[in-house]
Design a protein around this ligand. Sequence first.
Ligand code: ATP
Ligand code: MG
Length: 431
Amino acid sequence: MRLSQYFLPTLKETPSEAQIASHRLMLRAGMINQTTSGIYTWLPLGLKVLQKIENIVAEEQNRIGCHRVLMPTLQPASLWQESGRYEAYGKEMLRFKDRHDREMLYSPTNEEVITDIVRQYVKSYRALPQILYQIGWKFRDEIRPRFGVMRGREFFMKDGYSFDIDYEGAKASYEKIFQSYLTTFRRLGLTAIPVQADSGAIGGNLSHEFQIVAPTGESTIYYDEDYDQLSDQDMTLERLRNMYAAADEKHDPFQCPIPQERLKTARGIEVGHIFYFGTKYSKAMNLTVQGPKGELIIPEMGSYGIGVSRLVGAIIEASHDDNGIIWPDSVTPFHVGLISAKADDAQVEAAATALYQQLATRGFDVLYDDRSERIGVKFADMDLIGLPWQIVVGNKTIEHNTVELKNRRTGERQDLSIEACLTYLQKHIDV
Ligand code: ATP
Ligand code: MG
């Protein structure tokens, strides 16, 4: 992509309404624009990252045999009256009427719709277990939307739902998802700590939140210092079973099994939340299947959320410096940023354009800053938007056939021949 033709409205000034780094950087990097309180337009650069995260989340769900669906955002109140949540949900639910005066709502979550789907089609225990998920927009009329996409009113979430014939099955589904979440967050460049959680408005008794440690997190988490020693490979359900981590109200200082000197406290960003809630919805909504002996079974359910749009902010909170964002390779909006140091010099311009084409041929997604801007502006913008690799084409390219390659994370720079640079990138980037 040529930057001169792209839609990338970067800002020099720090927007005054943004209190935390990710919100500031997303606005400055031209990723999002606030349409109204807690509701955002995703601009091209932001949307690219959002979609990369969405794809990774979907791949990991598919890998463990979940099936993707897409449910409507607008739903009839009648389904929610069946479960009893239409009255219970409170002001976070946006309610309205259609032209026939029927009560409708914008979905904050989807247990009712998915239970309705399963009760229409699944009649026998043989069709279970089943885990269905979607990735879609939710609306919750948060009292205090803040921190940009971290706590929006409209937000993008992966929500999944498991259906099993008994508790053992439901527990197995829960554990499968638990393990898969660890992999998902790891692929996003994050280390998520799974903590015991309160089951909240949805209800239930087996529940974990996945928290990213960051000073700007809204939750307080308490955890065994052993977590800090765990490598990514150690983060398995087996290992974690005997370790302690809890969030907010779920942590009771008088019951805590961890000695004071080993207990750590940190702020956390909740990026995922899983629940087992038994037959709460299946019972209320008359979902039954026939068992092996013809008996009626009420399926056991769980629900599993990942905050896809919140993750964009959480990744930035976990990975930035004073100059801007530093994208993990797996979600970076472009693999490489290419800067022509002298756009007005025909020779430099031609060399940069040739390299741009060579990079594209090798499958790299490149953002080519071909603007006739001052070089300082180009460097600053490139650091701000956080692409992991930057290549500068300048006089040296003309004189010695070399380019400068910069690693955004370490700041390390090397002069390489064009061939060597291409080989180096092929070795370091998965396309
Ligand atoms: P929170 O405690 O942060 O309000 P929640 O417990 O109400 O979240 P869940 O119902 O567990 O949220 O939703 C699943 C996931 O969706 C959360 O773990 C979070 O990552 C994300 N999420 C929830 N509310 C928002 C929001 N207002 N904006 C962005 N993401 C959100
Ligand atoms: Mg939650």
